[in-house]
Design a protein. Structure first.
Lengths: 395, 63
């Protein structure tokens, strides 16, 4: 059996796998469908980029008085810039010498299998970032303390409600290195149950200790500043709503969970529509089912025949826009989104990093080569008032 | 349609589309990889040893 040359594998990765993989990821990932893609960030300073946003009426001009030299209010009224930091996502292919020596059939099978795995991983991580990313390093927390040393870690996202439909553990793949609180790093060795991870070394921890995923250098990974932050009332992109009241969304968050109603959905939609054009309302399966029960009780409902997005999302038309289902949307939340005010800033579009053999790197200390798919990006909301969110809703 | 039927139709659309996207991706990978590796084999048989650029391969495949 003829050994397959590394240059040939590298060419396959770049010419055959790359375009097929990127197209599939983009079609199956809501962030690429929902946000403007033509947005190119500029004005970089210290790894941040800045976007002028409107937080009130435009300033227009500064009053200079009659003396020619301003004595008061000098340069105080000016456009406001929101500050964003790009985040990075990676996934890698690997191929070992035995596979290369086994010939073309084995190489093609391996690459095909890994293409599928990488597409699933990238899609999953991009979806998690869109819905749950908090722009920080710790979107996960320990659910319950381990007072005796334990290897079983149950995680959640520290939100007040139970996100029944989602298994957070899938976002920390087996093999990841994590840090619970200030403990020593440990490896995830298994995902035996929903929201549950098995770790390599028994440790103790407290309830709600942060769980950070580490990179190869031992640094904590930073997650996307996703929709839970962008459509919110807290400081976002460096601008505090207590300074600019316009820089916050309508968020209907009762003190404790309540049942979803059509009137609450309508109110949030109207609030957001005053400042934008809501095009999509999105929930996960539990609340979508509830919405349909409420809606079909009062009128006939037709499913949109043509997919709303490129990736096969259909829904029902409601109040002149599309009501859609996404499994990864937080279980207690309904989002109203104005896509014209959202952009995906791709600082480095998805691509292979250059390696020593084309796209391939020799893995350290192994007869194995690796190709790394990399992207650097951030979600940008230009306007927060044109989106709205209901939370703590139950079926 | 009742809510269950509507939900099933919505889920099925996404599932079918995701499967279609994946199938098309894997078909492209399998077919393209075979063609590219075959091309390298043919070149090797002719005695070429130098590494080529992707543009060379692209040109040769679609001649």
């Amino acid at each position: 059996m003829a050994t397959v040359d590394l240059a040939a594998v590298s060419a396959v990765l770049k010419k055959d796998i790359y375009p097929a993989l990127v197209e599939a990821i983009k079609q199956d990932t809501l962030i690429y469908q929902i946000a403007k893609k033509s947005f190119k960030p500029q004005k970089f300073v210290n790894n941040n980029f800045y976007v002028p946003v409107q937080v009130g009426l435009p300033a227009g001009f500064t009053s200079w008085g009659t003396t020619g030299t301003p004595t008061v209010n000098k340069g105080k009224v000016q456009p406001i810039s929101a500050q964003f930091s790009p985040v990075q996502s990676t996934a890698s292919f690997s191929i070992d010498k035995i596979t290369l020596d086994s010939g073309k059939g084995a190489v093609i099978d391996t690459l095909e299998m890994q293409t599928k795995g990488i597409k699933d991983l990238m899609t999953r991580m991009l979806n998690f970032g869109l819905w749950f990313g908090n722009g920080s390093t710790t979107p996960f927390y320990a659910n319950g303390a381990a007072t005796q040393s334990s290897t079983t870690l149950v995680i959640d996202t520290n939100r007040e409600v139970d996100n029944g439909d989602i298994d957070y553990a899938v976002y920390i793949p087996v093999g990841s290195t994590i840090q619970i609180g200030t403990n020593d790093p440990v490896t995830v060795t298994a995902h035996p149950d929903k929201n549950t991870l098995t770790i390599s070394t028994a440790q103790t921890w407290d309830d709600n200790d942060a769980v950070a995923v580490l990179d190869g250098d031992g640094n904590t990974q930073t997650y996307l500043n996703g929709l839970l932050n962008a459509v919110g009332v807290e400081t976002y992109a460096g601008i505090d709503p207590s300074t600019y009241v316009e820089w916050k969304s309508y968020v209907d968050s009762p003190a404790s969970s309540i049942a979803l109603t059509l009137s609450d959905i309508d109110k949030a939609h109207i609030e957001a529509n005053q400042f934008g054009k809501v095009k999509y309302t999105i929930t996960n399966k539990t609340l979508y089912n509830k919405f349909l029960s409420l809606l079909t009780a009062i009128r006939q409902v037709q499913v949109t025949e043509k997919p709303v997005f490129n990736g096969g999302w259909v829904g029902v038309s409601y109040m002149g826009h599309d009501f859609l289902l996404d499994y990864d949307c937080p279980s207690d939340t309904v989002f109203h989104l104005t896509p014209d005010d959202l952009a995906l800033a791709e600082l480095a579009p998805i691509d292979f990093l250059p390696g020593n053999e084309g796209t391939l790197f020799k893995a350290y200390g192994k007869t194995e080569w690796e190709a790394i798919l990399y992207t650097s990006y951030q979600l940008v909301a230009f306007n927060r008032r044109s989106h709205a969110r209901l939370e703590k809703r139950t079926a | 349609m009742n809510p269950k039927e509507i939900l099933r139709k919505i889920e099925k659309s996404k599932e079918d589309y995701s499967k279609k996207v994946e199938r098309e991706m894997l078909d492209r990978v399998t077919y393209g990889a075979k063609e590219t590796l075959d091309y390298f084999t043919r070149r090797e048989a002719k005695g070429y040893t130098s590494k080529e650029t992707l543009e060379d391969i692209e040109r040769a495949k679609y001649k």
